[in-house]
Design a protein around this ligand. Sequence first.
Ligand code: MOS
Length: 756
Amino acid sequence: MPEITLAQAAPHIRHGSNIGQPLTRRDGVLKVTGGARYAADHHPTGMLHAVLAVSSIARGRVNFLHVPAAKGHPGVVEVMTPENRPSLAEDPDAKTTPFMFRLDLLQNDGVRYAGQPIAVVIAETLEAATEAAALLSPRYEAEPARIGLDRNDSFIPPALSGLGLPPEVRHGDVEAGLAAAEHRIEAIYETQAQYHNAMEPHAIVAAWDGDRLTVDTPSQGLAWAQERIAGLFGIPPENILIRSPFLGGGFGSKGMISGPQVLGILAARLVGRPVKLVLRREQMYGPVGHRAPTRQTLRLGADRQGALTAIHHHMLTATSSFDDFFEPSVQVSHTLYASPAIATTAEAVRLDTGTPLFMRAPGEASGSIALESAIDEMAHAIGMDPLEFRLKNYAEVEPISGKPFSSKALRECYAQGAARFGWAGRPLAPRQMRDENGLLVGWGLGTATFPATMFQGQARAVLRRDGTGLVELGAQDMGQGAWTALAQIAADSLGLDLDQLEFRAGSSDLPDAGIAGGSSHTATAGMAIHGAGADVIAKLAELAMGDERSPLFGANNAGVLARGGRLIRRDDESRGESYADILARSSLAEIEGRGSAGGDPFAQKPYAMYAHGAVFAEVKVDPELGQIRATRLVGAFAAGTIINPRLVRSQYYGGMIWGVSFALHEHAVMDRRSGRTLNANLAEYHVPVNVDVPSLEALLIDEQDPHVNALGIKGVGEIGITGTAGAVANAVWHATGIRVRRFPIRIDDLVMSASD
Ligand code: MOS
């Protein structure tokens, strides 16, 4: 049999007719017509409604629940408490891998944070369950809540983000670099706790059939969720079917199955009927993750010419009292700017909050608003244009590791972004520009970056005798457009048109496609699809090339193209044969291929692999009222191969809007006495609405990366937030001359500073 390598079998991949096309979302019509079924849209026969009762204290014990009152309420079927909660095969506090979070599943009467589930009421109607939950009237033995970063019991976290990133990194001699510097700045930047606030709350419909379980629930990681549930309930993973065709956003909070979702499954177990459990908005401020607050100290030194001599990035963050997730804010300082000396250090405190979690560029977002602010402060101290200063300190190789970048078109991002924005006209000094209405105008810049990562994933591809194809994998569409982008890769990998392709995803009975997180899904799932397509095409080519009746007989190995449902000889493109004919002659109804992608995403690699970008922001500030509006954003991003420019732009816009949100809006306010989030609702927890979203432009900068993966795909999901938050903050300084180092920047920061 001739041997065909992957690249030989699918050389058409980079030049396919689908990859690169700005197709609209294939699921768009379904969504706007209400035809797309989300988890909470399911109502299996006999379904009951479950409602959580949650703790109003942050630490202590529940010592009374009025269960009889709740149970006596009309329509109530059962009340689940630690007393009668079905047993689990695994301790919810056990942790055997870093990607496993300790869950609150009514294991005892302890309370570890405000908003922790303490009981579940199950009733015939949502109203009955809600009313009965209020009748539980819990009483507590409360201890004082440990809230706020100012504590005297901080410690060095074992590993940042819980994933093995070292809490301390030292390269060169930072103190010597600072001592020798002509210019030095030292500043402290604070970021607040933030909550993911996906539009769709965590929701689950769970139905048991003996030892088999079917759940409809949004998940960014079907296989992880399946494994965790299997472990908790002591059943084989294949007994569990998780359907998650659409997510109404996740932002990291649906990366792992959460406690409330498992409580829904437990409730269904307890009553022996299907159960639906949907979190209310305020119940999402606790058990489903958040971004921890940070306090970051940046010390920078630069020589007379503006070259950095030292970067020290220190962070203090918080985690829960019972688990380990540490927002890895300092990671950006390892990669963004060249400096002979770089040190990053970390410190953490334990608070009585839910465990923090990955959220929208975890680490990069919080770290880059601090670093980009400090870089801006240094440029000003030196008297250099902020763009010129960044170019002066451009990292040609990754600064600490010394590794070459697999590709890095950041210079082009700076150049094209600046040109499009009109950066050249920017006055160096702040508070120089006004618009026609007398509003202060400021322009700021931020560098964007995010690692290009892949997780492990698999896919299956089939070609059928009727000329159609099938690609299936457990990929997750959380609104980013996976149904479309992955189908485009699938069609090209099989040499078919999109309308000849059946594409299945979003279900745990399909090959595990890894997680939709870490901006890695298109690369992971895309490469698995690419591999599956190449495998099935190679098998088909073997059938044809070894058969003297085929026009492909004797074609040399390098010479087969798959295009338009046909295999074509490369040495003579007029000679080819349709898939259907090959299969028919071989008496096969279909032929199947498998592909896999990824490896250990945290393993050492010979290249530093990142997407990059530059974001230019304009803000306007009312000089009397301090009101801030982000009025114009231009982002220029380089992220390797662009599968679908329309969707990628949309991803960048989303990230940029979250960047505006980080700089100006989002802030979970904790009541220091009770440990409760005071603004646990979308009226008071501000996220940008249309009026807050400026004119947005995202430029797609050409970049070909031969190293990240065979398709050259980097991620686009999270990078937008990273440059934008700093750009907006820097623009506020440029507009007002007031440097605010606590984010989000508020009206009071500007008004009070202006008047003192
Ligand atoms: Mo994202 S925070 O990797 O879902």
